[in-house]
Write a protein that binds this ligand. Structure first.
Ligand code: DAH
Length: 343
């Protein structure tokens, strides 16, 4: 019993000594493990205690408890102390941090053109009360084709155009139009949405084609919607996006999901008499659009006796290439720093 008593004292003293030579939280932790850990010096006293007589236990039990309390208290004080010191050191090192060491005109990062253009487009359309919708890039045949009035034998379903997945009736969406149906199913009119997003086509890559590119879809459903609403919307959007007064013209165009379908051209924002961008025609083909086909409205659960709507689909990639004069689509899709840092 005497030896156990001395042992308790010795442990307390050696613990105190050990703490004195600790300068980091890591060192402190290893001392905690040695003394206070589950298999540490103090825990190891317990089996010895168990062998003593009841009387001795009554005397030594509390001493061991006290040893525990005292060492834990000393440990915590030391920990706080070290923690404060490390904060002070950190602060002192921040004081030496010289912000003026950065030279002006060092290279800076910038948002990718896709991000910049998407933000511009969202801001233009939200000022007209549109909200932004999103949909899956891995889509079902139903949403990508069927619900959009594209029957099974339509050429757009050709294996060459579509990336089918190994799952049945599942593909990489070939356009952002499926989000029209998803939105109609989830919301009730009046609806005004745009849908920027990535789409995929099974095509060979060249300067103007890639197997992936970006589009943005637009859709308005309300009572008494007509083509003139759409043409005015397109004119306003294009003029704001190109920061120029423009003319627009509509030509008939075929898309299974609209009736009538039209294609809208804008007057070339870059020339008066013809240039390489407009291929000397003074007009640039911009967007496919039309009044939403009643079959499509019905697929989306919209009552065609009450509502009509228009829809349009821009090639966002094409829009960016025209606006910024980019002649090769592949530049947009690779991490070509020399190219990207111009924007
Ligand atoms: N989805 C068509 C495409 O990928 C573009 C399009 C045309 C979308 C007419 C529309 C539309 O909403 O009305 O070529």
């Amino acid at each position: 019993m005497k030896t156990l008593k001395t042992e308790i004292q010795t442990i307390q003293e050696s613990f105190k000594k050990a703490l004195e030579s600790v300068y980091s939280l890591d060192e402190l932790e290893s001392i905690r493990v040695t003394y206070l850990g589950r298999k540490g010096t103090i825990a190891n006293l317990m089996p010895h205690l168990a062998q003593l007589s009841l009387e001795d236990k009554r005397e030594l039990g509390p001493l061991i408890n006290e040893l525990k309390m005292v060492t834990e208290k000393l440990f915590n004080e030391k920990k706080e102390d070290l923690f404060d010191k490390s904060l002070e050191e950190q602060e002192a090192s921040f004081k030496d941090f010289d912000v003026t060491a950065y030279k002006p005109n060092q290279p800076e990062g910038s948002l990718h053109l896709y991000t910049q253009a998407t933000q511009d487009i969202i801001s233009i359309f939200s000022s007209m009360g549109y909200s932004v919708e999103d949909g899956p890039e891995v889509e079902t045949e139903f949403y990508n084709f069927e619900a959009l009035n594209i029957p099974g034998d339509h050429p757009a379903r050709d294996m060459q155009d579509t990336f089918w997945t190994t799952l049945p009736n599942t593909l990489l969406r070939t356009h952002t139009s499926p989000v029209q149906i998803r939105t109609m199913q989830q919301q009730t009119p009046p609806l005004k949405v745009i849908v920027p997003g990535r789409v995929y086509r099974h095509e060979a890559t060249d300067a103007s084609h890639d197997f992936q590119f970006h589009q943005f879809e637009g859709m308005v459903i309300d009572k008494d919607i007509s083509l003139s609403h759409m043409i005015a919307t397109m004119k306003h959007f294009l003029e704001t996006f190109f920061k120029k007064e423009l003319k627009v013209r509509a030509r008939p165009g075929y898309f299974p999901f609209v009736e009538p379908g039209i294609e809208i051209d804008m007057s070339c924002p870059f020339c008066k008499d013809g240039c390489s961008t407009c291929k000397k025609t003074k007009w640039i083909e911009m967007v496919g659009a039309g009044l939403i086909h009643p079959h499509v409205l019905t697929s989306g659960g919209i009552d065609t006796k009450i509502y009509t709507g228009f829809a349009f689909g821009f090639g966002l990639t094409r829009l960016i290439m025209i606006k910024y004069g980019i002649s090769d689509i592949r530049l947009l899709h690779t991490a070509h720093v020399e190219f990207l840092k111009q924007f």
